[in-house]
Design a protein around this ligand. Structure first.
Ligand SMILES: [Zn+2]
Length: 150
């Protein structure tokens, strides 16, 4: 599933959902149905993610050499089974004590960390918890780790 996310990781649009079978089938929706599909997906907590099982009704057609199903309405799309229980991770819209560079691999927990202070403000993301940061592959800054204990 290819989605468009805002800078806080909220899903704001869906580009394409792909069903992997013997061959690959794209599921596409337009206009009102696309909006409804987005709302449908957003109505689940946690969201529909890669690996989940969905049921789709519709006619298969070929577009640019790929199979696709165009949804006529949201009733043609249904989540059957959730296999991916991983919770969605959002960034905080307001600063928290847990922060990192969007492009980095290290997160900081102290505001006065010399490494944390070097980060470009524009690229800083704030996590709700250290667990979230770790799940996204960030490692804790050694300086912060060291100085937190004091
Ligand atoms: Zn640090």
């Amino acid at each position: 599933m290819k989605v468009k996310k805002d800078k806080f990781n909220h899903i704001i649009d869906i580009y394409r959902i792909t069903v992997v079978n013997d061959s690959t089938i794209d599921i596409v929706a337009f206009g009102k149905t696309r909006k409804e599909l987005l709302n449908y997906i957003l109505s689940f907590y946690p969201r529909i993610k890669e690996g989940d099982v969905v049921e789709v009704k519709g006619k298969v057609s070929v577009y640019k050499g790929r199979y696709q199903i165009i949804l006529n309405g949201i009733e043609d799309f249904k989540l059957i089974e959730k296999r991916n229980f991983e919770k969605d991770i959002y960034f905080s819209e307001t600063p928290t004590n847990i922060y990192a560079s969007r492009y980095g691999k290290v997160y900081h927990t102290l505001k006065d960390c010399p490494y944390g202070r070097r980060l470009n403000e524009e690229n800083i993301i704030y996590f709700f918890s250290e667990e979230d940061a770790k799940k996204l592959g960030y490692k804790k800054c050694k300086w912060c780790e060291e100085h937190e204990k004091r």
